[in-house]
Write a protein that binds this ligand. Structure first.
Ligand code: BV8
Ligand code: ZN
Length: 247
């Protein structure tokens, strides 16, 4: 494993550790990422799908795309990277898992202090009366109508051009501004404002580490980059953390 002595020193004494995850963390579970070759955006552009106008223009089309993604997400399982992060939450006095992912895999792996910046595909609500619908028929390809008011039902995810949930974004910004170590894992760091968090952390004095199979637009801004698959790097890092903190 290629991590520096400096990172090990930081992790040995760290009280507050925060992590920002993106689609790359779920890649080894079989969930397609967005911008990698073969990724979701290869067939469709985000503007065509993940935005409110696209939904209102063709609700069935956008709804069926989310139903397709829900089917994938229900078939896949958390990977060793998700499980390692869930373990780390039990080791550090303060551990914040901030995710851009909507696939619910961190929760299914046992993480609990999760901040979902872009929502969760397992939640759906009526755009008119905001009633939430938890049990939806995954086979239903046509958009569902609210049983209370007949409004269209949409996934509880943040679309392009939509504000992120205020409480979650505030929590994430505060965590970034007050961490001893900040990990950025499996994200292209191209979507804002989530992509600002590693920079906020670095500027606030956190030791900032990126885990990715490729360099990204923020690699040079950070203190350290661990190149490789998160499902391989994270379990090894967890073992090292347990060793140095004799957990
Ligand atoms: C907002 C949910 C404003 C839905 C998503 C110009 C400049 C700056 C900003 C903008 C701009 N023009 C527009 C904007 C704003 C826009 C934005 O940032 N656009 C980008 C494209 C430029 N942002 C927004 O619209 C946000 N809202 O700004 O509101 C506002 C202000 C006032 C009033 C009203 C509104 C909302 C953004 C949220 C969009 N929703 N998803 C859904 O999923 O269907 S975004 C989507 O992409 C994901 O949620 C994810 O969060 C995001 C980033 O993707 P990644 O997770 O990084 O995945 P990606 O495929 O890109 O990368 C995978 C990475 O993993 C790669 O680096 C790869 O190398 C690595 N990897 C792969 N395998 C592995 C691995 N790493 C490790 N191990 C592996 N095995
Ligand atoms: Zn309704």
């Amino acid at each position: 494993m290629i991590y520096s002595d400096r990172l090990i020193e930081k992790l040995k004494n760290a009280e507050k550790v925060s992590v920002l995850t993106g689609a790359g963390v779920s890649a080894e579970s079989g969930v397609p990422t967005f911008r990698d070759p073969g990724g979701i955006w290869e067939k469709f552009r985000p503007e065509q799908l993940a935005n409110f106008e696209a939904f209102m223009k063709d609700p069935d089309f956008v709804w069926s795309w989310y139903q397709h993604r829900r089917e994938i997400m229900r078939e896949v399982k958390p990977n060793n990277g998700h499980f390692a992060l869930a373990e780390m939450e039990k080791i550090f006095p303060s551990f914040s898992l901030i995710t851009q992912n909507i696939d619910n895999l961190h929760y299914r792996a046992g993480s609990r202090n999760i901040t979902e910046l872009h929502g969760n595909i397992e939640r759906n609500y009526c755009i008119k009366c905001r009633t939430f619908f938890h049990e939806i028929d995954i086979q239903e390809k046509k958009v569902l109508k609210c049983t209370n008011c007949g409004g269209l039902i949409r996934p509880d995810v943040v679309w392009f051009g939509e504000m992120l949930p205020v409480k979650e974004l505030k929590y994430a910004e505060n965590a970034a501004a007050d961490s001893d170590v900040f990990f950025t894992i499996g994200t292209s760091a191209e979507v804002y404002p989530a992509a600002l968090l590693p920079i906020i952390a670095k500027r606030a004095g956190a030791y900032s580490v990126e885990i990715n199979i490729n360099p990204t637009v923020i690699s040079f801004d950070l203190d350290e980059t661990l190149t490789g698959k998160s499902a391989e790097i994270l379990p090894e890092l967890l073992n090292k953390i347990k060793e140095i903190r004799n957990n």
